[in-house]
Design a protein around this ligand. Structure first.
Ligand SMILES: Nc1ncnc2c1ncn2[C@@H]1O[C@H](COP(=O)(O)OP(=O)(O)OP(=O)(O)O)[C@@H](O)[C@H]1O
Length: 369
């Protein structure tokens, strides 16, 4: 557990962080989020004493950090920063091994550990002898994470770890990191200015406002359903009513229609027979959905070119947001739901979703009353 108790940091008399009380629970990921200049990075850097608090106490598992030896303190805490901050003249493997060596691990074990860690963060061993400049931004960030993990720290501080890469790579890195964190269960504080990232990754999210004040600490779902004040509501975003569906699982008992399907190569007559309201769902031989076809446009047997690929699929173990999106994005107005193995489970008409979403809305209203 990392705990801030009444922590303030003043720069030239002005507060960068004001009287911060916050607990980052053991094994959980706490995200600090807020507008530029609200004191996120300053808060993070006070934990490993890159910045000295003006007043207040920070403890690691109950032990005040200001009484610890700084070098030992930093070895106990993995630190990942934007742009990875790798040593440019050391290879990838050396970059990772350096942290392990600092933690007192012998050279051979450190080398083996670094190769294991690279694999754990999704990098192939063939990259180990490259230099940082020979890697993509996303690969560099992965090395940064591997390096922070090399001393097997119980605590991790991550400052905008995924922000220097494009949105698609960022999404992949976030997914991989969530998977990794489920295995390693570190006590993490992460800083981001991106509310979507905070809501996706955080077990709890601490929203800070300008002047270095904590506005609210809550789970992502609570933040969306019950923002503490207008500032948090604004920061979380106008579409929070829709986004909170991302935390509501699809009910296992959800009633789906069984959708007639055809395969590629089906004749126009077969497609017309299976179609409902002019649209037919095309699946592969394993019953996995490929796309919808508009039978009015068919000029012969169904080909790949005839598939409308605009719709998203909602996996049964997904969220209500995915279910709603599947229905909204479907040209037929019927959302496609799949089993966890990707095979078709059934469809749900957009018009039938209202009744399914209504109880979720009531939950929100009850929470406010
Ligand atoms: N070394 C410093 N000297 C003086 N003022 C500083 C120093 N470091 C930060 N500040 C000020 O403290 C406030 C908080 O800065 P901090 O970097 O913690 O914000 P942040 O929330 O991480 O912002 P960003 O999202 O833009 O990185 C800002 O007003 C900043 O200008």
């Amino acid at each position: 557990m990392i705990e801030f108790q009444g922590v303030t940091k003043l720069y030239d008399g002005a507060p960068a962080v004001r009287n911060l009380d916050l607990v980052a629970p053991t094994g959980k990921l706490t995200v600090l989020v807020g507008p530029s200049g609200c004191g996120k990075t300053t808060s993070l850097r006070m934990v490993n004493r890159l910045v000295t608090p003006s007043s207040g106490t920070i403890t690691l598992d109950g032990e005040p950090t200001d009484r610890m030896n700084v070098a030992q303190l930093r070895r106990r805490i993995g630190y990942v920063i934007q742009h990875a901050g790798l040593f440019p003249h050391r290879t990838v493997a050396q970059n990772v091994a350096t942290t392990a060596r600092l933690a007192g691990i012998d050279r051979k074990t450190a080398r083996r550990k670094s190769l294991d860690l690279l694999e754990q963060v999704g990098l192939s061993a063939s990259l180990a002898e490259r230099y940082p400049w020979q890697l993509s931004g996303g690969q560099q960030q992965r090395v940064g994470v591997a390096r922070a993990l090399a001393s097997d720290p119980k605590f991790m501080l991550m400052d905008e770890p995924f922000s220097a890469v494009d949105p698609i790579v960022r999404g992949q890195l976030q997914d991989e990191f969530l998977r990794l964190q489920r295995e390693i269960g570190k006590t993490i504080i992460m800083v981001t200015h991106d509310i979507d990232e905070a809501l996706k990754l955080g077990d709890q999210v601490a929203v800070m406002r300008e002047g270095g004040e904590l506005a609210q600490v809550a789970t992502p779902r609570e933040l969306l359903v019950r923002p503490a004040d207008g500032f948090v509501a604004d920061f979380v975003g106008r579409d929070r009513g829709y986004r909170h569906l991302g935390f509501a699982p699809i009910d296992n008992g959800l009633k789906l229609a069984s959708e007639p399907v055809v395969q590629l190569g089906a004749s126009p007559a077969e497609a017309a027979e299976a179609a409902i309201d002019g649209w037919v769902l095309v699946c592969d031989a394993a019953h996995r959905p490929l796309g919808w076809t508009d039978i009015a446009r068919l000029r012969g047997p169904v080909r790949e070119d005839d598939l409308n690929l605009s719709s998203t699929l909602a996996p049964m173990d997904g969220s209500m947001r995915e279910l709603l999106d599947a229905a909204l994005s479907s040209p037929s107005g019927r959302g496609v739901v799949t089993n966890t193995d990707g095979t078709l489970r059934g469809t749900i008409a957009l018009g039938d979703l209202g009744g399914i979403l209504a109880p979720l809305h009531r939950t929100g209203a009850e929470r406010h009353s």
